[in-house]
Write a protein that binds this ligand. Structure first.
Ligand code: SF4
Length: 362
């Protein structure tokens, strides 16, 4: 049975076990709840890149920092369809569309995203979106369009979140996840390690995720990719041992969740990734880019799958395909809502410095 009452102490005890014991325990849980030879493959597509008003310290898409990324306006439905077909042909079962927005606003752009959801659903692929904060009505509209999953990461513990982001609050993240939960859309939520957080913070993030009831259906575990110009540019990369411990602990406390190896996979050897799959990771992002940071080539991934005897999971193996309702038949119409998502606005010294540096570079 899945437990929703994990404490930080229990999670730290698991995380700090002798490694062989931890891996064995995680692999045992994994085998009870999943086929250990199947890995779900998602393709992440940046449908609107850069120019984001938020100040997330790890993110090269924040307009206030000076990074080398090339921004683009919202892609067209036909561009998205072409990319989704390519992803399907290369073995992906899911397309995750990311837009660098603070939150969803009703209007033409959101209507276009809904059309993208309908289009990909019709290709018999799982569709996921990550668009920032959403209201309950917006989540329902996405659900009706045929959305399978909504991603909204908690990033870190509530305490450490305040050291990384000042333009929005942790509770708004939880409220967005709550809004998604009221619809038929599954929840994808995880975080990032290597941002300078303590082990306590890693455990705190897992408490926040594992005590959600129900737990998220998928949980990406990212290793920070430090990008020049961002406040976290000088962070040391996390070692494979930390990644393994985090993956294994996540698997134990969230037995049903698909645990996804996400950013930072280019720094992992095949042996390291194989150990992560053994420890319970059963999802990856495919494609040579993860929004803006590098990712292994899809052919390399398929070679690795062959070597390890892994198979890509088929779409809708975990939950049936949602029906897609046309815009005209939708029960949920735009409400023109202007929700006041919070802006804590406290000062994060390194974010302020990165913003100042960016000004001198322009
Ligand atoms: S992580 Fe998302 S919300 Fe934060 S700056 Fe980047 S694009 Fe914006």
């Amino acid at each position: 049975m899945t437990r929703n009452d994990w404490t930080k102490e229990e999670i730290l005890d698991i995380y700090n076990k002798p490694l062989m014991e931890l891996l064995y325990d995680a692999a045992t849980v994994h085998r009870k709840h999943h086929d250990p030879n199947k890995v779900q493959v998602s393709t992440l597509l940046s449908i609107k890149t850069g120019g984001c008003p938020e100040d997330c310290g790890y993110c090269p898409q924040a307009a206030r920092y000076h990074t080398d990324i090339e921004g683009n306006d919202l892609m067209s439905v036909s561009q998205v369809k072409a990319q989704a077909l390519r992803a399907k042909a290369s073995g992906s079962s899911r397309v995750c569309m990311g837009a660098a927005w603070r939150n969803v606003k009703d209007g033409e752009e959101f209507d276009n995203v809904l059309e993208m959801v309908r289009t990909i659903n019709k290709l018999d692929m799982e569709v996921c979106c990550t668009l920032g904060m959403v209201t309950e009505n917006q989540a329902q509209r996405l659900a009706e369009a045929g959305l399978y999953a909504y991603n909204h990461n908690l990033d870190s513990s509530e305490e450490y979140y305040k050291e990384v982001i000042s333009t929005r609050g942790y509770q708004d993240r939880l409220d967005t996840i709550g809004n998604v939960r009221k619809s038929n859309v599954t929840v994808c939520s995880g975080g990032i390690i290597g941002m300078g957080e303590s082990l306590d913070d890693r455990a705190g993030m897992l408490v926040a995720l594992a005590t959600l009831n129900p737990q998220p259906e998928s949980t990406p575990i990212n290793a920070l990719v430090p990008v020049e110009g961002t406040p976290l540019e000088e962070q040391q990369k996390v070692s494979i041992w930390e990644m393994l411990r985090m993956v294994a602990t996540t698997r134990i406390v969230m037995p049903e969740t698909q645990v996804r190896l996400s950013a930072g996979r280019t720094d992992m050897s095949r042996e390291g990734q194989a150990m992560c799959f053994f420890a319970g990771a059963n999802s990856i992002f495919a494609g040579d880019k993860l929004l803006t940071t590098p990712n292994p080539d899809v052919n390399e991934d398929m070679e690795m799958f062959k070597l390890l005897g892994l198979e890509p999971q088929k779409p809708f193996e975990k939950k049936s395909q949602p029906q897609s309702v046309s815009a005209e038949e939708s029960q949920y119409q735009p409400l023109g809502e202007k929700p006041k998502w919070s802006r804590p606005g406290h000062t994060i010294e390194r974010n302020v410095e990165a913003k100042q540096k960016a000004k001198t570079k322009i």
